[in-house]
Design a protein around this ligand. Structure first.
Ligand SMILES: *Cc1c(COP(=O)(O)O)cnc(C)c1O
Length: 385
């Protein structure tokens, strides 16, 4: 590695039998989707996460698109979501012609502020899409109660939240639909990859059809129909067995991966809390109902200038930190197709002050100490006149 990327922001790791399972898939003679590894992954996820039904997808973006199709979002419909999120959360609905309605985040968890949701609801609202930022849960009791009162669907963007819980329930399994990501930057990976979680049994059959190009092919393979045919709209959302084989090897080591991520989070927290005590930065906040998965570690700086200076300082010392998100309501497409509900003060302020530190399975304690030393040195240099 060059000096410039001594400590990268992310590094995908193999943790077990990934290559062995890929070879097994190749020799098994079934490389398309829905083979033995896909079934193993789905069953594992259903059992371990308490999900009614899980369908593997080729990305969380694909799972979100299926969710948007399943709740029949269309032109004129509105969907409530944070502006502080990844583009896919909104794109899934924009592709259907629906309007994203952006609501501000809570300053503590950086999640959709449940107290601001009701004032964003109109007769055209169809769904609420909470995003569990950093694997820390939104206030799901409040959100599901609001949805029930107004007859709305809840679709969890749990891309970052597999392995996290809220009051003992797995994130992604609480809403009508949930979406997980196995992108190489997430906790459990397959390069690209994702899954749709379906809590409402009434949505399972249609979900299988949408995922199989709008055909009843899944029923055909189960022997429930004699031939398969085109019965609905749809696309190809299923991953290849090569991808599922890699993923299954990761899931077999899920507890180790979770433990490692949580340990990294705890170490960053313990190592940086003195800087927080001095008022130099703010660390992540985890409400008592949530048990997160240590997905990512961020710090919030005083202002944008400090954040950018710290980013440059880390980069000059070979540490690749990153920031996100450009608020969707400030982006060209968000402006053109979205609507804002109320002031997005915390969204705007957070996106300018947030910095994510390197956090991945193979990050060593020594590397983590180096990152933390660089942070301490940065503030020492700044405090000195
Ligand atoms: C990563 C991510 C996605 C997209 O996941 P892909 O699997 O890359 O499609 C969507 N939403 C959030 C909040 C994410 O962090």
């Amino acid at each position: 590695m060059t000096r410039m990327d001594r400590i990268p922001f992310n590094l995908p790791s193999m943790v077990g039998r990934e290559l062995e399972y890929i070879v097994e898939a190749v020799h098994g003679g079934h490389l398309a989707g829905d083979g033995v590894f896909t079934r193993r992954c789905q069953q594992w996820l259903e059992e371990q996460c308490g999900a009614h039904k899980v369908l593997l997808a080729h990305s969380c973006t694909a799972a979100l698109e299926m969710a948007a199709l399943l709740c029949d979002a269309g032109p004129g419909d509105e969907v409530i979501l944070p502006s502080f999120t990844f583009v896919s959360t909104a794109n899934a609905f924009v592709l259907r012609g629906a309007t994203p309605v952006f609501v501000d985040i809570r300053p503590d968890t950086l999640n959709l502020d449940e107290r601001l949701i009701e004032e964003a609801i109109t007769p055209r609202t169809r769904a609420i899409v909470p995003v569990h930022y950093a694997g820390v849960s939104c206030d799901m009791d409040a959100i599901t109660a609001i949805a029930a009162r107004h007859g709305l669907r809840v679709i969890e963007d749990a891309a970052q939240a597999l392995g996290s819980t809220y009051r003992g329930r797995g994130l992604g399994t609480i809403g009508d639909l949930g979406c997980w990501s196995f992108h190489e930057t997430k906790n459990f990976i397959s390069g690209e990859g994702g899954a749709l979680v379906i809590r409402d049994p009434g949505l399972v059959e249609r979900a299988e059809i949408l995922r199989e190009k709008g055909t009843d092919r899944s029923k055909f393979f189960r022997g429930q129909v004699d031939k398969y045919t085109w019965v609905d709209v749809g696309s190809s959302y299923l991953p290849s067995e090569l991808v599922a084989a890699y993923l299954f090897a990761q899931l077999e080591h899920a507890q180790e991966i979770l433990a490692k991520r949580r340990a990294l989070f705890a170490r960053y927290y313990a190592g940086l809390v003195s800087l927080q005590d001095e008022g130099l930065l703010r660390l992540p906040v985890v409400p008592p109902d949530c048990e997160p998965n240590g997905h990512l570690f961020y710090v919030l700086l005083k202002n944008e200038e400090t954040r950018d200076a710290l980013l440059a300082h880390l980069s000059a010392n070979g540490v690749n930190a990153v920031f996100h998100y450009v608020p969707l309501h400030e982006s060209p497409v968000g402006r053109a197709v979205g609507r804002v509900s109320g002031a997005l003060t915390h969204t705007e302020s957070t996106s300018r002050r947030l910095l994510r530190l390197p956090c991945y399975y193979s990050l060593t304690e020594g590397e983590q100490d180096e990152v933390m030393d660089l942070l301490r040195r940065f503030f020492m240099m700044r405090q000195r006149p």
